[in-house]
Design a protein around this ligand. Structure first.
Ligand code: FA5
Length: 348
């Protein structure tokens, strides 16, 4: 039996030399030393051996087992080390390679400008509200005092989406929606959103963005409008900005005004070579005025209230126009072409 044990162990030690993977090493261990391994199988016959021979066989078996285990362990360590070094070689990272540039996106200049403007008016207590871009012809025009066939409709060349339905030409219908929804005053809202007109040139796009402001309450005056717009101009264009109001006509306000801001490039001096104001010293930024009392009627407000001191002011600005002025963009169409070379210049 000792001879049998010896031959099994010696064969196992020889086999061990040709083993090259951890998996086949484990297979060999199980085949020899496992519960049903060849060494264990031989030892099962120990019962039939005379009692006096058993200690010697047991000692020999233990000795071979110990030798085999030590050899297996040594081989395992070798194989593990070589597997690790192969892995390290294969997964080598060259830390000296230049890194790939991560392209992070950024907010579109129109979104940035819209948010900036909203933040300014939010500080004055204006709540942001929105309305649908597909609007009824009634709310887009009649309800804001532009009757059918009125020449004022020519000011806003309109896309019709169906009978009595238009792509809104301005954000002014949101004034009416808000007043009707609330049904009472005060109303102090800011309405940003896309609007549509049949325009297309370097400063006019068929789709553009406006922000409408409306403040309705007893005692709201033109001087409040001026103060609010002056604050807006200083926050957006710089602390020494001034504004001026020029009389103008919008059917939904009376009186109405075009509002200009002093040129931030030449500090309003109107320098000859100023590329921003072209020498005038002023930049037109928005339309504004005192809410026409007819709008309060259309909103369903109590007629008496309309004539007993309920007043309001409204203004509407083009976001693209403000973004173009702030970033000196000469062609508004650049903002819609999705060219990252252009857009990446506006990373905040
Ligand atoms: C209006 O749309 C009025 N609803 C504004 C208003 C509201 C006046 C409340 C009084 C009281 P206007 O048509 O001027 O006004 O347009 C306002 C701004 O939108 C313009 O100053 C201009 O900056 C911008 N705008 C007009 N048409 C285009 C266009 N096709 N593309 C880009 N911006 C435009």
């Amino acid at each position: 039996m000792i001879e049998q044990l010896k031959s099994i162990a010696e064969k196992a030690l020889r086999d061990l030399e040709s083993i090259s993977t951890l998996e086949s090493l484990e297979e060999l261990r199980v085949a020899v030393l496992g519960k049903k391994g060849s060494l264990s199988e031989v030892l099962k016959g120990l019962g039939s051996v005379p009692a006096e021979s058993r200690p010697a066989i047991g000692a020999a078996a233990n000795e071979w087992k110990r030798k085999l285990e030590a050899a297996l362990e040594a081989r395992r360590t070798e194989l593990e080390e070589s597997r690790l070094s192969v892995q390290l070689e294969q997964e080598r990272i060259d830390v000296t390679l230049p890194s790939r540039l991560a392209h992070s996106g950024s907010l579109h200049p129109i979104t940035q400008t819209t948010r900036k403007i909203i933040q300014v008016f939010a500080r004055l207590g204006f709540d942001v509200t929105t309305g649908p871009e597909i609007e009824t012809e009634f709310l887009n025009f009649e309800a804001v005092n532009i009757p059918k066939d009125h020449p004022a409709r020519d000011m806003q060349d309109t896309f019709f989406a169906g009978p009595g339905v238009v792509l809104r030409t301005h954000t002014s219908p949101v004034q009416m929606r808000s007043m009707r929804e609330k049904g009472r005053w005060p109303v102090r809202i800011l309405c940003p959103g896309a609007v549509y007109r049949c325009d297309d040139d370097a400063t006019h796009s068929p789709m553009f963005h406006q922000i409408e402001g409306l403040w309705v309450d007893h005692g709201v005056k033109m001087s409040h409008l001026k103060g609010v717009l002056e604050f807006f101009a200083r926050e957006i264009f710089g602390s020494d900005s001034k504004i001026r109001l020029r009389p103008s006509y919008f059917p939904f306000v009376e009186p109405g005004a075009e509002v200009d801001v002093s040129c931030f490039n030449c500090s309003g001096r109107g320098d000859d070579g100023c590329r921003v104001c072209r020498g005038s010293g002023w930049l037109e930024i928005l339309g504004a005025g005192m809410v026409h009392p007819r709008l309060f009627e259309m909103a369903g407000f109590d007629k008496q209230a309309a004539y007993s001191g309920l007043t309001g002011f409204a203004f509407g600005l083009g976001v693209e126009r403000i973004a173009m002025l702030l970033h000196r963009i000469s062609d508004l169409r650049l903002m819609y072409q999705g060219d990252v070379r252009f857009l990446s210049q506006f990373r905040a």
